[in-house]
Design a protein around this ligand. Structure first.
Ligand code: ADP
Ligand code: ADP
Length: 212
């Protein structure tokens, strides 16, 4: 079954037509890769799917429902968007990792928290670190697991490994692969040649959103 459907989606910013007539479907459990030249509109497609911006025309359906008609809070939990530039907040790493529990008014599951930290090769001592003291790779790993305490149904990855060294990239790839194996539908945008080579399901975006 298609978990997401884009129907004739167009997006205009000011006078600029960024996307036109974008239509495709994403099967539940798929691992889809969007590639294409810089400026083609790949990131815009992810942001539209995440409901961070609204199409100028056309519709996006999540499980057959128009996403504009789904409670944004509920949608956000189902479809989770990860930025290329991770945005951590607060003072400590722990502030970020307890946040998903706070918004759900749940007690922090410390065991799960430590387990996820461990999955990205970080240990308990990271919880007390200042976010400003982290490397780019550490920030991205923390930002990613922040989205995964409560597994979304769809994970949108916007060039999340850009700028990471090989070790950090490998850790992130393993995490994403595990999440995919747990049934999460993945849509990634990437320029990374290794990721493109490994991809099985590719949509190529040309300027203006023409698909191949
Ligand atoms: P990609 O991810 O394929 O590199 P983007 O989706 O980031 O491309 O951007 C596509 C084009 O739309 C780019 O030319 C970008 O500058 C432009 N763009 C994106 N968002 C806006 C906006 N809010 N206002 C003006 N131009 C935008
Ligand atoms: P960003 O979206 O840049 O990561 P936010 O401050 O919007 O930063 O959210 C931080 C993280 O907290 C998100 O990545 C997500 O994991 C989680 N989050 C935010 N809002 C909600 C929400 N309403 N429901 C569930 N999780 C949320």
């Amino acid at each position: 079954m298609a978990i997401l459907k884009l129907r004739n989606v167009a997006y205009q910013a000011g006078q600029k037509q960024i996307l036109q007539n974008v239509s495709f479907e994403v099967e539940e459990g798929a691992f889809l890769t969007l590639i294409g030249p810089s400026g083609a509109g790949k990131s815009t497609i992810l942001k539209l799917i995440a409901n961070l911006i609204n199409p100028t025309s056309g519709k996006i359906f999540f499980r057959e429902k128009d996403i504009m008609k789904i409670d944004p809070l509920i949608y956000r939990r189902s479809v989770s968007y990860c930025f290329q530039q991770p945005s951590l907040f607060g003072e400590k790493v722990a502030d970020n990792l307890s946040f998903p529990y706070e918004v759900r008014k749940q007690a922090v599951d410390r065991k799960r928290l430590l387990q996820l930290l461990h999955e990205v090769s970080l240990e308990a001592d990271y919880l007390d670190k200042d976010v400003t003291s982290l490397s780019g790779g550490e920030k991205q790993r923390i930002a990613l697991i922040r989205n995964l305490f409560f597994l979304p149904e769809v994970l949108l990855l916007d060039e999340v490994t850009t700028g990471l060294d090989e070790d950090n990239k490998a850790i992130v790839h393993q995490l994403i692969e595990r999440v995919h194996q747990q049934g999460v539908t993945i849509i990634q945008v990437t320029h990374d040649q290794d990721e493109i080579t490994a991809a099985q399901n590719i949509i190529r975006i040309k300027k203006g959103g023409i698909l191949e």
